[in-house]
Design a protein. Structure first.
Length: 63
């Protein structure tokens, strides 16, 4: 299963969820991460990459 971890900076206490996602990496899962908190609203190329990653993921975890 493909997981995407989106680090939005919305949740100050994200340690528990981040730890759980790290456990998934040790199994048969593919985990990718993207930090999107600093992407400018008008950075179309970066947002296109985010959309592509979202569309190809099976599950999305937002931090």
């Amino acid at each position: 299963m493909k997981f995407l971890e989106l680090d939005c900076g919305l949740f100050p206490d994200n340690t528990t969820v981040r730890s759980a996602v790290q456990i998934l990496e040790g199994g048969d899962h593919d985990v990718s991460r993207m930090g999107i908190a600093q992407i400018a609203a008008d950075d179309d190329a970066s947002w296109d990459e985010v959309v592509k990653a979202i569309m190809t993921a099976d599950k999305i975890v937002t931090l």
